[in-house]
Design a binder for this molecule. Structure first.
Ligand code: MF3
Ligand code: CO
Length: 251
């Protein structure tokens, strides 16, 4: 069963999420042509230690790094390595920490230098999908309403919504119930309640939504090789509406 968090607990999750937000902001500023995904992972790790937090990902089911860096047709769970980011690439940076026992999780997709108009539009629409999902995260609404809002926006632009990975509850663990699909039917699924904390994370593709896992057992790529983008926020459902705990807007 999903848990309902008190406002004190939501504040603890927010503290973790703000560490994530601050570190992602640094990574966003430092991600340029010529940097390797390993450089970004090292930077993320160094900043995590500096903030007195620990990585939410490193060691999670054996995941080897602090950051996920997914390039172009990689959808999620790209493992940082010596790959050099080059102009025209898009890279999804997914990052999470544990602070005082509470988790935070957030992701963005960035352009390296000048990217083509398809890549630009995909990133824009995927981020809009995230905000459509967030806007639907209010008490009394259902998970199917949230998924529908995300899916409708992606498909309106001719894009695919990945089915094999979903958002999730966040709290004392990185992945709690409920699962939060980026697709769905209005009026179906679990009713959202004040005090739920969920990570909403649409993964959107230019082509087919089908993905496969690479031989490293982690990295999900589009089966047709089309570009993919991923944005994620940890969000609290409250009487006053959705609260974006991992917001970078007021840093
Ligand atoms: N944000 C991703 C998720 O919620 C990060 C998981 S990466 C892992 O699934 F390495 F920790 F699995
Ligand atoms: Co997540």
């Amino acid at each position: 069963m999903h848990t309902i968090k008190s406002s004190r607990e939501i504040n603890k999750i927010k503290d973790a999420c703000q560490v994530v937000a601050e570190i992602l902001q640094v990574l966003i500023e430092e991600t340029t042509e010529g940097i390797t995904t390993n450089d970004l992972d090292r930077r993320a790790y160094e900043l995590t230690v500096k903030k007195g937090a620990t990585s939410a990902f490193k060691g999670y089911h054996g995941y080897p790094k602090s950051l996920c860096a997914s390039v172009n047709e990689e959808v999620v769970h790209g493992i940082p390595d010596n790959r050099v980011l080059k102009e025209g690439d898009i890279v999804g940076l997914d990052f999470g920490v544990v602070l005082d026992g509470w988790y935070g999780d957030s992701a963005v997709t960035l352009a390296i230098g000048k990217v083509n108009s398809e890549a630009k539009k995909l990133m824009k629409v995927t981020e809009e999908c995230l905000y459509k999902g967030i806007e639907a995260a209010y008490p009394g609404n259902r998970l199917g309403d949230l998924g529908f809002a995300v899916q409708e926006h992606a498909e309106k632009h001719g894009y695919g919504v990945v089915r094999d990975f979903v958002g999730h509850g966040v709290g004392r663990a990185l992945h709690e119930e409920p699962q939060v699909p980026n697709y769905g039917k209005k009026g179906t699924g679990l009713k959202l309640e004040s005090g739920m904390v969920i990570a909403i994370e649409p993964m959107v593709t230019v082509g087919s939504y089908k993905v496969k896992i690479l031989k490293n057992n982690w990295t999900a790529v589009t089966v047709d090789g089309s570009l993919a983008a991923h944005f994620e926020h940890t969000v609290a459902v409250t009487e006053r509406g959705p609260l974006i705990l991992s917001d970078r807007a007021r840093l």
